[in-house]
Design a binder for this molecule. Structure first.
Ligand code: NAP
Length: 241
């Protein structure tokens, strides 16, 4: 069985390792090629966009199953994968880690878009910390407040005008996040609802500090696509095929 695994996440790397060890399964991981120095999965890897739905449909002629383990906010590739799988008649499942949920002591402000987050910030604080990835920073280009931003790679030219940029990649620790919030006197955090453990310590640190958190909600999934939330469930899905 030949499996095309759309990746770019820790879960996709974990699943690639499991599928490589699976008898009778050949896995090819696909990366967008956005990150300059990506963490590569084991097994075969292809890098770069397919060139849209029709081209992905053609590429699926070489595969028997498609697992979309891309990031929950990578909505375009997930939409394309659903359409291409249907057109090619290839079974598909989406592996999305569960989102985060607020607990006691959290002061979360859900928003649908990063523009809405930017509009909300001045009501919530004066020293925001933006942890929404470099591609999201352009939505804050009209922000008058000083801000701290963190991303894996440098952003494009359209960014908040008073931004202090940290280039760093998770996993992060609660101690590290606590120290960072204190060092920069952060009084509001902005995040996507990415889920997972690697970047969750900032939420603990924000709760301890008693500061609000603006949380961008996940984009909707394409209709009719089966979703699993763990690597084990994705592996079981491949096995039952
Ligand atoms: P996106 O907006 O959903 O996709 C834009 C285009 O990039 C797609 O149409 C496709 O190009 C190409 N692409 C995306 N993922 C691909 C993959 N795994 N393999 C081959 N082509 C891919 O994607 P994005 O939000 O920029 O994310 C890009 C990658 O970074 C994803 O693989 C995702 O898992 C990872 N990532 C994203 C985030 C995030 O917050 N968005 C965070 C961490 C990691 P074509 O139309 O040419 O096929």
């Amino acid at each position: 069985m030949r499996v095309l695994l759309l990746g770019g996440t820790a879960e996709a790397r974990e699943l690639a390792a499991a599928l490589v060890a699976e008898p009778g399964v050949a896995v090819t991981s696909s990366l967008a090629g956005r990150v300059r120095d990506p963490r590569l999965p084991v097994g075969d890897v292809r890098v770069g966009g397919f060139g849209g739905v029709a081209a992905m449909t053609d590429a699926l002629a070489d595969f028997d199953a498609l697992v979309d383990a891309t990031h929950p906010f990578a909505a375009e590739i997930t939409g394309n994968a659903a359409l291409a799988a249907r057109a090619a008649g290839v079974p598909i499942t989406v592996l999305h880690r569960p989102g985060w949920t607020a607990g006691p002591g959290d002061d979360w402000h859900p928003v649908d878009t990063l523009s809405a987050a930017a509009a909300l910030l001045p009501d919530l604080g004066s020293r925001p910390f933006l942890t929404i990835g470099r591609q999201g920073l352009s939505a804050f280009s009209g922000l008058r407040l000083w801000c701290l931003a963190r991303a894996v790679d440098p952003p494009g030219p359209v960014v908040p005008p008073r931004m202090h940029l940290l280039l760093d990649r998770g996993p992060f620790t609660v101690d590290g996040e606590r120290a960072l919030l204190a060092e920069h006197a952060i009084d509001v955090l902005v995040t996507k609802d990415s889920g997972g453990v690697a970047t969750a310590p900032k939420l603990t640190a924000a709760r301890e500090r008693g500061i609000p958190v603006v949380v961008q909600q996940r984009p909707p999934l394409p209709a009719g696509v089966a979703v699993v939330s763990t690597v084990a469930a994705a592996l079981a899905w491949v096995r039952q095929l």
